[in-house]
Each structure stands twice: as C-alpha cells, then as structure tokens.
Design a protein around this ligand. Structure first.
Ligand SMILES: [Mg+2]
Length: 269
C-alpha cells in the first residue's frame, strides 16, 4: 500500500501492515522490551540526533577527524561513514584504532579521544550555536503531550556530545529515554537499548518507528525490524527511499503531515 500525503512525501507501508491490525492482544511484536500488547500500549517514535534533530553533521565530522589527528596523529580518515560496519562514534573509533594500531582500544584510549572530541565540539558551539532542524523542538513537545505516542533517542554519537548538540540547538537530551555510543558499538544495539529504556519509563510499547538521516539508520531499522522514516532532501532522500524508508521528509516544518504519517505507520506496525 502506498499513501501519498502530499506531492513531496510518499509513504510506503508494505511489509509493516499486519493482518491483525487493531488487535490489542496481538503478541506478534518486536522482542526488544516490547512484548505482548496491553490495552494501552504506547507507540514509540525514536529519533537519531545528528542530521535529524540537529544540523551538526559537518561540525561533528570536522571535530571527529581533527581528534584523530590531535590525539593519535592519524591522517586520511575515510569520511564516507557508510563504509564502516558500525556507523557510531564508538564503532568507528574502534575500527580505525584497531586497524592502525593493531589492537583494540583500551577504556583509557576511548576516554582520551572522546574528551578531546567533546572539547572541540564545545569550542565550536561557543563560537556558533548549533541549529535545530526546522520544527524539531516543537515536534518533540507535541509528541511528548500526545497521549498515545512517546519519544526516545537513539544516537550513534557519544552521550556527552549528543547532550551538548541538543542543548546548543535549544532541546534537552535528558528529557527523553536515550541510548548512545556509550552503550554499544553498533546502532542496532543502541536502538534496542533505547526501546528498553522507553519501555521501562512508559510501560509496554505497542510499536516503534525510527527517524533518521543515514543509510546506516535505514539498514539498522531493517535488522531490528522496525519501520524507518528518513530525513533528507534531493539525492539523499532518494537514497533513503531506496534503502527502505517508508517516508522521507526534508525536515519537521510541516508537523501535521509528519505526525499523520507517524500515526499511519504506528497503527500499521
Ligand atoms: Mg544522523
């Protein structure tokens, strides 16, 4: 089934609509802290941060690459992040460090790098505050007030950098259940932990949808078995659709349209 809400947005829910739609006791659910449905099961909208809620992809990349040079003397870092098997701060750091040094990083190696990286981000944000994606802060507030949907965060960034980016862009990381690169090296695990923490705070989850900007987000959603909403425009939007996004939006400026598709997807999931 394909629903078209507007010329600029197409949603394809094939593969997510199940035969038992509307059955509150259907227990054919995700096995990540969701379990069988209660009558008042909550729907979860889980967000990536970089490139989704905050416009921080460029500054993040610059600080990350510079940290490799400053802390370890590594040049020529491959910045096509889709090339890495685990596209998270911790996963990429682990891969680069291991391939160049010949051993896994220690906790101290990780801590030293992370501290420098966050210092660079802090300096960058003090020179010029980070921008939110259009409508992101209002959308999070609307979802938080919604009786049937809740928000969680699942970021491939380290927690302190995510907290800094959201605060600089006028949002609060700690308002929501969250998982980050501090919790796991791979995105699938980060998503599962975020869902578990959301279930602990809000009770049983009926369904979940993930909102992100990367092809790695789409691939992780496919592995975890949850629908993916892409954030992007132009060729990036086309690529996200090709990777399986059920919808792609340029940003959150049309909150009504975005929420309508979230409701359709979570009811279908
Ligand atoms: Mg992202």
């Amino acid at each position: 089934m394909t629903l078209s809400f507007a010329k600029k947005v197409e949603c394809d829910f094939r593969g997510y609509r199940r035969s038992a739609v509307g059955d509150p006791y259907d227990d054919n659910m995700l096995d990540v802290g969701i379990g069988s449905l209660g009558r008042f099961a909550m729907h979860l909208v889980m967000f990536d941060i970089d490139g989704t809620l905050t416009e921080t992809m460029k500054v993040d990349e610059e600080c990350f690459v510079r940290s490799f040079m400053d802390v370890l003397g590594f040049a020529n870092i491959d910045t096509d992040w889709s090339h890495y098997p685990r596209t998270t701060d911790s996963g990429i750091f682990d891969d680069v460090f291991t391939s160049r040094i010949g051993r896994s990083p220690t906790a101290q190696d990780v801590s030293q790098f992370r501290q420098h990286f966050i210092q660079l981000l802090t300096e960058a944000s003090s020179q010029s505050p980070f921008a939110p994606f259009a409508g992101a802060d209002r959308l999070l507030s609307r979802l938080a007030q919604d009786g049937s949907h809740q928000v969680s965060l699942a970021t491939g960034g380290w927690r302190d950098s995510a907290r800094l980016k959201m605060a600089s862009a006028g949002m609060c990381f700690d308002d929501h259940p969250a998982a980050s690169a501090d919790d796991a090296l791979d995105r699938e695990s980060i998503m599962r932990i975020s869902m578990q923490r959301a279930a602990e705070r809000y009770g049983r989850l009926g369904s979940a949808v993930y909102v992100g900007d990367g092809v790695w987000d789409a691939r992780a959603c496919h592995s975890v078995g949850i629908p993916f909403i892409g954030i992007g425009a132009g060729s990036r939007a086309t690529r996200l659709s090709a990777e399986g996004a059920v919808c792609v939006f340029p940003d959150f400026s049309d909150a009504d349209l975005f929420l309508r598709s979230v409701y359709e997807i979570t009811n279908a999931a």
